[in-house]
Design a protein around this ligand. Sequence first.
Ligand SMILES: *Cc1c(COP(=O)(O)O)cnc(C)c1O
Length: 422
Amino acid sequence: MIRERLLSEGLRPEQVENFQQATLRTRELREQIRERAHRLQWRVLDALQARGLSEVHLLGSTGYGYGDTGRELLDEVYADLFGCEAALVRLQFVSGTHAIACGLFGNLRAGDELVSVSGEPYDTLSTVIGQKAPTPGSLIDWGVSYRQLELVDGSLDYQGMRSFLRPDTKMVFLQRSRGYAWRKSLSIEQIGKAIEVIREIAPQCVVMVDNCYGELVEEREPTHVGADLVAGSLIKNLGGTLAATGGYLAGTRAAVDAAAYRLTAPGIGGEQGASLGFSRSMLQGLFQAPIVVGHALEGACWAACFMELEGLEVSPRWEDHRSDIVQAIRLGSPEAQAAFCRGVQRSGPVDSKATPEAWVQPGYRDPILMAGGTFIAGSSLEMSADCPVRPPFIAYLQGGVSLGHVQLGVVRGLVSLQNLTK
Ligand SMILES: *Cc1c(COP(=O)(O)O)cnc(C)c1O
């Protein structure tokens, strides 16, 4: 039955074989992914119960948002999940970039030094830092200095850190996910090892990790191995596809408070901020997040295997260790990117008849082609594909609430690629 559907989608018989081969080959690994997702969901459930989640927390507040117990409980549960003192989970963060920027600006002062030890940060952070071009309001504009230590063969340079960091480096930044780069995501083990080295040289510094796309992928988070602050977006992993907007920070009380003073105002911090009834979807999204992330990972693992059987170069390979939900597929030309994205877009539940077009989004250097078709605009825990239109012309595929949905997206992406060369 599935065979007939796949043939009618335009796969050739030998490609249907590959489809089934990929499903078989990845079976055991996907089983492990599911088991981990269940353990992580128990952890979220334990935290919700321990903090006494009740109907009243789901109601929300208006105005200043004083005494919003649902918002407070959400912060506490996030802090428990990350094993740290404090968290700030707010719909007032407009994006992951905004949450990260609050973490940076809140914890850095004029004259301080920020160092990235994972090479160039994510595209949108270049205008936050201002290292590529003079940018009004950027960290550099405010008098913070910045240096970055490049990755070596896509990996952290532990030896290099020893000579690169200074005892008075104020903040050290790491990016867990691959971003729009052909490199591996950093595992929690690697992040932990880096933090040990960082602490040897700059014991007082604030270590911040851009945790976007990494949440709930491994058993532990960067805060479990010594990070002072992590940040991310709620329309990625932790929103569980239900949070309509928002971002989060978690870490030490001091680092989170400093970021909260930047988000609202000094002295006010996290004490204000109406949740407007959105606590329900943020809490329910968190409850479901481990499962959805698990499905997305199963999809990524299968996609890597299938696309490789189809002769495409992928990163990570299906059996590689994963620390983010992103699956990079090297397509090699802007035309191939456009074709692949059309196929993915045609597989979305929303706007499936739309044709994605590349555009230069605020904060990005290059035009980006995005296939979405998601219920939450721009959500990338729902199945989506992003293609920065620049060499080597890669598609970054992520998300998906079920393996079947990802499979359909990949099949349509592939068929659309094939029609290109016909
Ligand atoms: C998505 C992402 C960001 C920024 O997130 P936005 O919500 O799009 O601003 C930052 N870093 C990484 C690695 C990301 O994947």
